[in-house]
Design a protein around this ligand. Structure first.
Ligand SMILES: [Mn+2]
Length: 247
């Protein structure tokens, strides 16, 4: 079992390198024992540079795979992100693509003050399962039934929360690159000895210009939709819970 005093949880970076650069410059990230990358790291405008920056952290970096990492190179042609997916794979190259798709689905770290903490992308049992601040007890109970760790950190829905359900503290670290928080800025979480949900502001106008010049298919839309504007947390949460109820 890996042990740490502090872990910076960086989720859903989505290749937004300017957001990652800003967060990696945070003193609490620079001094964190571990940087836990919680999946959906590269599906966006700067996949190769994002991966390089993370791998460059050396042994401090640990990786969990997200759904968009898992399907690199194999999205059906009619998927709305198929073109971006193909572009990201080409940017990464075969070796890096294979490395990303081989990341584990989850891993646990013993964190001082928190205890055993399980990091996953969607939920402990699925990288596409939706967990929000509004997920009702009847949906939470089976998801957490087999979980032994007292703390679970997830992402995928891009809205931060810190809630408790029976014996489990369930945290969503939020998203660096595609935050749905009603305001711009990168979201992440600092773990140990408590849980802090953090926001790092950065120059989103400059970042949007870099995104537009990245070559990502639909780069202008990406910059507008995810870097310059932000859906409200309430709206995103309701949308996700509606999707979850339909499944
Ligand atoms: Mn995801």
């Amino acid at each position: 079992m890996t042990r740490a005093r502090t872990v910076a949880a960086l989720y859903d970076i989505h290749g937004v390198l300017p957001a990652l650069e800003a967060v990696l410059a945070e003193p609490d990230v620079r001094w964190a024992d571990l940087v836990l990358v919680g999946g959906d790291a590269v599906m966006g405008p700067f996949p190769a540079e994002t991966l390089e920056a993370l791998v460059g952290l050396g042994e401090r970096a640990l990786f969990v795979r997200g759904n968009t990492d898992r399907v690199l190179g194999e999205l059906p042609a009619d998927d709305p992100w198929a073109e971006r997916n193909a572009w990201v794979c080409a940017e990464l190259g075969d070796e890096a693509t294979a490395a990303v798709t081989a990341w584990p689905e989850s891993l646990a770290v013993e964190i001082d003050g928190l205890g055993q903490t399980l990091f996953c992308h969607g939920s402990p049992r699925s990288d596409t399962e939706i967990l929000t601040r509004a997920t009702p007890p009847e949906r939470l109970a089976p998801i957490l039934a087999e979980v032994r760790e007292p703390v679970v950190v997830c992402g995928h829905t891009h809205v931060q929360f810190d809630r408790r359900f029976e014996g489990t503290r369930l945290v969503n670290a939020g998203s660096l690159g595609m935050p749905y928080e009603g305001e711009t800025g990168a979201r992440w979480a600092l773990l140990g000895p408590d849980v802090e949900l953090r926001r790092t502001s950065y120059d989103v106008e400059a970042a949007a210009n870099r995104v537009r010049a990245s070559g990502l298919p639909g780069a202008d839309e990406f910059a507008e939709e995810y870097v310059l504007s932000s859906h409200s947390a309430q709206e995103a949460t309701e949308t996700f819970e509606g999707m979850a109820a339909e499944r």
